[in-house]
Design a protein around this ligand. Structure first.
Ligand code: NAP
Length: 541
């Protein structure tokens, strides 16, 4: 019997492990990594708790060594997509009526499993399949996933406490219903934690989910499903259907019971989803909630008062960690003429030390990009810069996809602030730099605001607080997450709720309570204790 008012403890962020060489953690994770590398998994769909093998398979390859096949996975066709929708609808009644504490306890158990029993596994699988090095896998697959689970559980408990006022004559209540229908979660390849949150945040609010993982992230994402099952998530609450994006998208988005879409990925894909939903508007039972976090063209603005070491570290980490494949990656920088010589010198020195190669060697700071398609797209941008008189490659520019999809960290100095690589998302290890005249600081801020259609992240590096305040004001709509004297990446759940507007998405702030609000359709309940029995107001007598 659940008759207590539970209070969850205020969560703390999961401590990050640093995997110093020869440490116990390091030895353990490398052993786990090598063990998974030997296993060639066959990955089924999971619908209503059942494993389904469609026979229509695709290979998962190691981006750091594309001759290596890590697994094969089965893809959903029309029949399985409809089965997943039915399974989600069937699981709904029991899941949404379960006491919230029972739902939360499953989530807290998933967090503990990820924190202890399966930490090395989830990190190792993210390293192998998505090409993250140890550090990048740890902050994503382990820490951020755990934080989403614990913080969202806490936010939920606070949200349910928020109730309307009552007087003595009536009792008013707010019931936080899930959305009617099912939720379609569509996840990107670049964060295991985002894949977890896209399905589990709406499910926490009592929704049930059809989840389409990114085709290149199926390995770690399948493992997540197994952890959910071990923690006791009932069958059908999350239905895992890998497969082709548009095949699955077209069928799921046209279903009259679509309650919402929780998406993270490119702006192009989200635009397509939005248009498809608009086409079926007359057919839906409700207006589906569309939550999409999309691309970015994230800036670093350097003031003449900035500390050079801070700038160089922010640029190197911000632009090149995980090969720039973060929506928040620093990809355009504005540097004052007076500091350019020193920044350039120091940055090139650091870049000359950076090693590129397989994630199995912890000395490599930069690893392979996700696949051939990404490799080709990024190299096209680099080649474009090479052939232009408005830009000069000052570091890198090379790529080699003979073994893995390796691209050198590349720095382009542009002479036109509207140069293509200053405007478009490249999603690779490419940083474009524009050098401005110190006297043009204020004009330059306007330029930053106008240059790109995105509005995700940005950072301002300065030791002059007045300049920071001015930049923060002028760039109010240029970024949903802005950083002062820091890199523009690395948002932490609960600390920097994440998301941007303009062409970067609906800004529903993953990692904060605002995101949870999108997955509920509250019902207000009033009980009148002594209802009136005569229609006449006193003035009518
Ligand atoms: P993507 O190509 O847009 O794919 C995202 C997901 O959408 C994948 O699961 C993909 O499936 C699926 N998909 C593709 N076409 C679809 C369709 N017509 N209907 C339904 N689903 C469809 O993005 P990505 O390359 O995985 O991720 C990189 C992008 O994500 C970048 O633009 C990055 O900025 C953005 N991102 C944004 C945030 C944020 O918080 N703002 C965070 C992370 C990433 P397949 O894999 O099978 O193609």
């Amino acid at each position: 019997m659940n008759n207590a008012l539970y209070r969850l403890i205020e969560p703390r962020n999961e401590p990050v492990k640093y995997y110093e060489k020869e440490s116990h953690d390091f030895v353990q994770i490398m052993e786990t990594f090598n063990a998974w590398r030997q296993r060639k998994l066959e990955i089924p769909l999971i619908i209503g708790g059942k494993r389904i093998y469609t026979g229509k398979t695709k290979q998962l390859i190691n981006p750091n060594n594309h001759q290596e096949i890590l697994a094969v996975y089965h893809q959903a066709g029309e029949k399985e997509i409809n089965m997943a929708i039915d399974a989600a609808r069937q699981a709904k009644e029991e899941w949404m009526t379960l006491s919230w504490v029972e739902r939360v306890s499953i989530y807290l158990k998933i967090a503990e499993l990820l924190s202890k029993k399966y930490r090395y596994d989830i990190n190792a699988l993210t390293m192998l399949g998505q090409g993250k090095n140890i550090m990048q896998a740890e902050i994503d697959a382990a820490c951020e996933s755990i934080d989403y689970l614990r913080f969202n559980s806490y936010f939920l408990s606070q949200l349910y406490e928020k109730q309307p006022f009552s007087d003595y004559s009536a009792l008013n209540r707010m019931e936080y219903r899930p959305l009617e229908g099912f939720i379609f979660a569509i996840s990107p390849f670049n964060f295991t934690a985002i894949a977890l949150n896209l399905a589990l945040a709406p499910a926490l609010m009592g929704n049930t989910i059809v989840w389409k993982p990114a085709s290149t992230a199926v390995l770690s994402n399948y493992f997540l499903m197994q952890i959910y099952e071990e923690a006791g998530l009932p069958p059908g609450v999350v239905n895992f259907i890998p497969g082709n994006g548009s095949t699955i998208g077209d069928i799921v988005l046209s279903h009259p019971d679509l309650g919402g879409v929780h998406f993270t990925g490119s702006t192009t894909t989200f635009n397509q989803i939005w248009k498809t939903v608009a086409n079926y508007l007359e057919d839906y039972k409700s207006y589906p909630r569309l939550v999409g976090e999309t691309g970015g063209k994230d800036f670093v603005v350097v003031h003449p008062s900035a500390d050079v070491d801070t700038v160089v570290t922010a640029l190197i980490r911000g632009a090149f960690e995980y090969q720039g494949q973060k929506c928040s990656a620093a990809s355009r920088a504005y540097i004052p003429e007076s500091l350019w010589g020193r920044i350039r010198h120091q940055m090139l020195q650091v870049l000359s030390e950076i090693k590129i190669g397989d994630v199995s060697d912890p000395n490599n700071f930069v690893n392979a990009v996700i696949d051939q398609q990404a490799f080709d797209r990024i190299m096209r941008y680099i080649d474009y810069a090479k052939s232009s008189t408005n830009a000069q490659i000052i570091w890198g520019g090379g790529g080699d996809s003979s073994v893995g999809y390796y691209i050198e960290p590349t720095v382009i100095q542009v002479f036109d602030p509207y140069f293509k690589t200053m405007q478009e998302e490249i999603f690779g290890p490419v940083l474009s730099i524009y050098v401005y005249k110190d006297s043009e600081w204020s004009d330059m801020l306007q330029l930053v605001d106008r240059t790109s259609p995105y509005g995700l992240t940005g950072s301002i590096i300065s030791q002059d607080r007045k300049a920071w305040i001015e930049a923060c004001r002028v760039l109010r709509f240029a970024a949903g997450n802005i950083y002062y004297n820091d890199k523009p990446t690395g948002a932490v759940v609960g600390m920097q709720p994440f998301g941007g507007a303009r062409k970067s998405g609906t800004n529903d702030k993953a990692g904060g309570y605002l995101n949870l609000l999108r997955w509920t359709s509250p019902r207000t309940i009033k009980e009148n204790f002594l209802p009136p029995t005569n229609y006449k107001y006193p003035y009518l007598d």
